[in-house]
Design a protein around this ligand. Sequence first.
Ligand code: PMP
Length: 391
Amino acid sequence: MRTLFLKHLAPTSDMPLMNEIERAEGVYLYEKSGKRLMDLISGIAVSSLGHLNPEIKEAVHQQVDKYWHTMVYGEFVLSPQVKFAEMISKFMPQDLDSVYFTNSGSEATEGAMKLAKRATGRPDIIAAKYAYHGSTQGAASLMNPTDFTQAFHPLLPGIKHIEYNNESSLEIIDSNTAAVIVEPVQGESGVTLPVPGFLKKLKEECQRKGALLIFDEAQTGFGRTGKMFAWQHSGVEPDIILLAKALGGGFPLGAFISSQELMKKLSFDPVLGHITTFGGHPVSTAAGLAALEFIIKKDLLKEVENKGQLFEKNLKHHRILETRRIGLMMALEVGTFENVMKVVRYGLENGVLVDWFLFNNTSIRLAPPLVISEEEINDACDVLLKGLDQI
Ligand code: PMP
């Protein structure tokens, strides 16, 4: 299988992990070799309710028994989409009650960029440095630094960058700016929390210049930060919110969400402003709905911050130079990529999976399933501390 993997599956790097997974349940991945790995990254920030959650599984089975794909997005009335969109809207800022389901986070970014341009008639989009919003050409245009995108230039024109947490950099927002897109907590920069007041100031600047504000909650959504969505920490209400990753309860799904008034602009001048065949797939939306119901029913959010604190309390080690954390979204700064790799390798050999970040390879990423137990946290931390001893 591993030989065929290398022969027939397109590679994304020259160093894939190559663990051969036979099944996965709860916080554990089970390998063909018989080894068990505790999943502390949730692949990544997707399997927030652990693997093979019985209620998601049941919802998927029920949906599969009724129908799968029936028609491109937006034509038929499909109850998993409708019920899920209604329930998501309850956790959104007041006006944001129109959900456009997509296949992925990248497609949600694309849709939101198009909506902002169409709604404002302006050409430019502003993103933050060290942000990640996806790998398709529009979303990739937002990336800065450009190490990952240089080879694919030219990408989109009219893209500018602010520095996250730097209020003076907001000066570049002007009358050409269609939207500013940021993560309410930056993920791939290595977990960067907004300093108090930054997002509020950003919203004010957007309003003053007539630009829309987009929050990308692909990583922060569905309880990862201890609240259902990260916009709730600051109370700052953006014009558009992007969701992905945990949205589908482990099935492929993304969404961009806005007010009905704004969203309807994608339906005329031109008609079909954004179209997608599989967006909002009935099985994915049924799974996502079951996942959201599970979070609510189990009152999972109230445990998230405490669990994060337990990780932080346990993970005291002289090799950790800094810990950045909100809820169960966490980065351990260890100084060099070599140090990160020593811990990653030790973890893999001793049953714990961690990795690093796209724009920060000197920090270890922790994004465990929210359902992880205290005992499992203690076990995971014991392994990580021994891994840190290897540095
Ligand atoms: N936005 C953010 C904040 C992300 O972390 C990601 C994925 N890492 C995306 C967008 C893109 O999502 P996808 O991989 O589903 O296209």
